[in-house]
Design a protein around this ligand. Sequence first.
Ligand SMILES: Nc1nc2c(c(=O)[nH]1)N[C@H]1C(S)=C(S)[C@@H](COP(=O)(O)O)O[C@H]1N2
Ligand SMILES: [Mo]
Length: 245
Amino acid sequence: MRRRLFIASSVSALAGCGPISAALNGNDGVRRALASAEALNHALIGTHGLAREYGERDVDRHFRINGFATPSDAHYADLLASKFARYRLIVDGAVERPAAFSLSRLDGLARQTQITRHDCVEGWSAIGKWSGVPLRVVLDEVRPRDYARYVVFRCMDNDGAGTLYYESLDLHQARHPQALLALRLNDAPLDADHGAPVRLRVPTQLGYKSAKWIARIEVVGSLARVGGGQGGYWEDQGYEWYAGI
Ligand SMILES: Nc1nc2c(c(=O)[nH]1)N[C@H]1C(S)=C(S)[C@@H](COP(=O)(O)O)O[C@H]1N2
Ligand SMILES: [Mo]
């Protein structure tokens, strides 16, 4: 455990949500230490635990905005102008029944509310009241095939150089009872800066897993050919994939 804490603090010293430091890129020893710490974390902690849920009075009314800039391209502007009436969440890949969900259809599937804390790897946290549809309910609608292993979230924003943000969970994490496709924050429809119209909330994992501005959810058998192969935009830069907290 002590080793894990030591490694965790050395990671945060090296990296934030900003560009990863050259030290991490250039240091194979650090990379190997991170990889073994990750496997250990996953094995020790697993994904059975529940994140703490808070009360209404714990909610931070100002929820910090972080990450890449809100999309400003014509497609996103058009979606925003229609109040997302023209938005469809594509869910496809290794599934029996691929689907394109309108917001109202998503909203009608099931509704869950959680007051949980978001923990960013940069060292700040905020408690929000999130509501939306549990991810497992959406997965049940599309029915992952036998060889399905991971759920990839394709986002509408990019890093400024054109690489789109993406994230992934394995099917077990994706079916966690608190893994939520959030449509609302603090009793209001999700605003553009916090990831409208649909973002992920996984309170058992670090903030960068909670993908904003989701356009498509793709179920896959392997992450090898997705992005840089490490399961997420920041993972491709050396961040831990599991990122449990
Ligand atoms: N699409 C997308 N999702 C993202 C990010 C991003 O840059 N793009 N940043 C992540 C990080 S590092 C954090 S801390 C949270 C920030 O969410 P917030 O802006 O609602 O606080 O979003 C996560 N999800
Ligand atoms: Mo973050």
